[in-house]
Design a protein around this ligand. Sequence first.
Ligand code: NAD
Length: 303
Amino acid sequence: MFATSVRRAFSTGSQQTVGFLGIGNMGQSMCKNLIANGFKVQGYDIMEGARDSAAASGVNVVGSVAEAAANADFVVSCLPATAHVQEAMTMKGGVFASARPGTIILDTSTILPGGSLEMGEAARAAGMTFIDTPMSGGVLGARAGTLSFMCGGDAAHVEAGTPVLKGMGKNVFHCGIAGQGLVAKLTNNLILGINMIAVAEALAMGEKMGGDPKVLSDIIAVSTGRCFSVDTYSPIPGYKEGTPACNDYNGGFMVKLITKDMGLAISAAKEGGAISTETQRAFDIYSHMMELGYGDKDFSYVY
Ligand code: NAD
C-alpha cells in the first residue's frame, strides 16, 4: 500500500547534494524520497545496522559526519535528541567544522527549543545557517512523503530549504522566529502522546466489556472521539496496514522518543508558565514502560 519512495510532480533542486545525518526509522524513508525527487544524498548514521539497511535500500552511505557534510548544499539532521544534534554539529569533524560556509542545515529532530537556538548561534559563527524544521506524520508519513515540517527562522532561509523539505514531505509551515518550529512540534506531540494513551484506555475498556476493538475503532473514526491514533496509527494489530502494531510494535516512534517529547513539552510549559498536568501523567506512563524495558517499542505498545 505504501510506496517505497514518492516522486513529486514538480521539479526540485536538480542534483543538489544533501548530507543526511541519522538514517533511522524516519531518516531512511526521507532519504529515499529525496533521491526519488532528484537530490544526491550522502547519508551517515553512527549505527552500523542503520547504515547497512540504508545502503541496501539505495542510499549512498558515507563513513562519517564530515563526509556527509562536505560539499553538501544542505545538511538534514534527523537525530534522536538534543545531545545527539549538538554532538553531530559541534564535535571535531562535525558539521560546523566540515560543511562549506553558506550551507543551510535543516534540523528535523525534536529537541529543546533552547538547544536549537544555541546551535543557530554556533552555526552563524561558522558562516552557516541552522534552522529548526521538526516534522510530523510518523513513519507512515515519511514513507508516503506526506510529512509536515514546522519551521522556525528567517523567511529567506525557510524558503531556501523548502525544496528539500518538499522532497521529503508535503506541508511546510513557517511558524515564526528560530525555535518556533519546535514550539509547534511540542504542542502537537503533547496531544499525540496523551491521545494514544486515551485511545489505549478506551479500547481496552471496550474490549473488556465485550466489544470488538476493530468495530469500536470503525465507529470512533467517524464519531467525536476520532483522532490520528484511531483512524491512521491504530494500536490494534491487523487493523491498519503498515502500522507498527502490525509489525509487533517495531519500526515506528519509539517509547523512548515520545517520553523525551513529553519531557520537552513539560519543560516548555514550565518555562512559559503553562499547566501540564495531563502531560506529566502521560510522561509517567511512558517512563514506566521504559522501566519495564519497552523503550525501543513503538509508543502504541501502550495499548
Ligand atoms: P531513530 O532512533 O530511529 O533514528 C535516529 C538515528 O540517528 C539512529 O539510527 C541513530 O543511530 C542516529 N544517530 C544518533 N547520533 C548520531 C550522530 N551523531 N550521527 C549520525 N547518526 C546518529 O529515530 P527516528 O524515529 O527516526 O526519529 C528521529 C527524530 O525525529 C527524533 O528526534 C524524533 O523525536 C523525531 N520524530 C520521529 C517520528 C517517528 O514517528 N519516528 C516522527 C516525528 C519526529
